[in-house]
Design a protein around this ligand. Structure first.
Ligand SMILES: Cc1cc2nc3c(=O)[nH]c(=O)nc-3n(C[C@H](O)[C@H](O)[C@H](O)COP(=O)(O)OP(=O)(O)OC[C@H]3O[C@@H](n4cnc5c(N)ncnc54)[C@H](O)[C@@H]3O)c2cc1C
Length: 457
């Protein structure tokens, strides 16, 4: 026997891929395998925007493998059953897989290890494939994870990263193993019209441009809503078409304040992963309870609907929510504002907002999404849990001439800044002609409700 299976999960690339490199060691044949895991579908996680991006990634991975003499094998069903079946068909004696700290992935890995071992097949799990620094690699000593970002970042920055690996030259796949047809975007309904395309080739083009020119302005421009000056690499990091280790390495080589700020954001990604790996319940329960008695779908249905539809009457909130629907992506500053508005100004359960984001975001990711929502709701790792972002102040600061708001709200096309951020202040006749809603809640009323709720304890 001289065959390995490489199980691709959230690492859909050929560059800097330790499991593939290890499997190809010597003269081994390899089965590059992707399993459309039924459990992910059953959990409601397989939504159209991410399925479309995934289809692009799988096609691109298959093309990359074919250019090297191989091909991708795709199966669907129970992941453990499918991997065991493919290993048996290929007469493989080992399976390689990237480590993943999520509770679902760890349970799955344990089941897979037991099932493979009973067939005499070894499972090799590789660290630092989907993260730059894996969960548990750095710990504070007194606990199993860091609950505060700043000390985490200090340790993270000192961690000795491995060198990025190049892509393989050739990949030989045994003929006996067949594949299902690769998934396509065709037939997927409900896609965001402005959804980005996936795949490693596109990801690498984007990162090359980013490192060559745009990263320099990142430090100053990352909160500029209209400038859209962030990397937009999040979907590629989510599906692993780009390697976080390689990104950190290349950004550090570029250097300068922009690159430093960018590397810091990549550390935030690992930070949330190590929190979730240590506290898996934080995917759905408060990391730190504030004893909230949130408003819910039942008690705040109309407010929630207005928020989802981008019709709250607060232009910057509505612009960001419409960007989410149109692109399946939202600027980070928009995510912060809309989350603060839902969880604090409307005092609605953060899980309602997190679910809506996961239904649409192409980068929708349990660790990043749930823990950022908790951060903004004040139930997570934020040291100022009762901070409330004022959408008008924020809009004037981060969209001073109103270009972002006008881009997403055609109703306000003809309104200049600063009035565009407070259309309720326009004279009655002008306001009615806009066809744009009045605010669904006064900011001071929302703030008072939130303070009352949090002061109960
Ligand atoms: C309420 C809320 C929900 C979020 N949901 C998600 C999500 O589901 N998936 C997701 O990838 N990010 C999420 N984020 C984090 C952040 O908004 C996005 O990663 C970022 O906007 C993606 O754009 P970018 O790639 O241009 O980021 P850049 O600013 O270019 O940053 C580079 C990379 O760093 C990472 N990063 C940046 N900011 C954060 C952060 N605050 N936390 C963790 N990682 C970060 C991302 O991987 C990002 O691609 C959420 C933030 C908030 C406030």
């Amino acid at each position: 026997m001289n065959v390995s299976v490489v199980l691709f999960t959230a690492d859909l690339r050929l560059h800097d891929h330790p499991p593939l490199r290890a499997a190809l060691d010597g003269t081994r044949q390899v089965v590059p395998l992707f399993v459309r895991d039924r459990a992910v579908d059953d959990a409601g996680f397989a939504v159209p925007n991410r399925l479309a991006f995934l289809a692009d990634c799988l096609r691109d991975l298959d093309a990359g493998l074919r250019a090297r003499g191989g091909r991708l094998v795709v199966r669907s069903g129970d992941l453990v059953e499918q991997v065991c079946r493919v290993a048996a068909e290929a007469d493989a004696d080992e399976v390689h897989l990237a480590a993943d700290g999520s509770a679902h992935a760890r349970r799955r890995e344990e089941r897979l290890r037991r099932a493979l071992e009973s067939e005499g097949v070894r499972l090799h799990v590789h660290d630092a494939v989907t993260t730059a620094v894996g969960p548990g690699a750095v710990t504070p000593g007194s606990s199993d994870h860091f609950a505060v970002f700043t000390p985490y970042f200090r340790h993270w920055s000192q961690w000795r990263q491995r060198e990025p690996l190049g892509p393989p030259r050739t990949v030989r796949v045994p003929d006996v193993v067949g594949s299902e047809a690769l998934p396509t975007r065709n037939g997927l309904s409900g896609l965001s019209p402005g959804l980005a395309r996936g795949g490693e080739v596109r990801g690498r083009e984007r990162v090359a441009r980013w490192l060559r020119s745009d990263i320099a302005a990142y430090g100053d421009g990352q909160d500029d809503l209209a400038g859209d000056a962030t990397s937009r690499l999040s979907p590629h990091l989510h599906f692993g078409t780009l390697s976080p280790v390689e990104l950190v390495h290349r950004a550090r080589r570029v250097g300068g304040p922009g690159a430093e700020a960018f590397v810091r954001q990549l550390a935030w990604r690992d930070f949330h992963r190590q929190v979730l790996a240590a506290r898996p319940a934080a995917a759905s329960a408060d990391y730190r309870t504030r004893h909230d008695r949130w408003r819910s779908e039942r008690t705040a249905g109309a407010d929630i609907e207005a928020w989802r539809a981008g019709r709250t009457g607060y232009p910057v909130v509505d612009a960001a929510m419409r960007q989410l629907r149109h692109e399946g992506w939202m600027h980070n500053r928009g995510r912060l504002l809309t989350a603060s508005f839902l969880a604090k100004t409307l005092y609605v359960d953060w899980r309602v907002g997190a679910r809506h984001f996961l239904d649409l975001l192409v980068d929708g990711d349990v660790a990043n999404n749930q823990l950022n929502w908790q951060w903004m709701a004040g139930t997570g790792t934020d040291s100022r849990p009762n901070r409330v972002l004022n959408p008008v102040t924020q809009a004037k600061r981060h969209d001073p001439d109103g270009a972002y708001v006008r881009r997403w709200l055609p109703e306000l096309e003809g309104v200049a800044a600063p009035a565009v951020h407070e259309p309720w202040k326009l004279p009655g006749g002008d306001r009615a002609a806009l066809g744009y809603p009045d605010p669904i809640v006064g900011l001071s009323d929302g703030l008072a409700r939130f303070r009352r709720a949090r002061e109960r304890f």
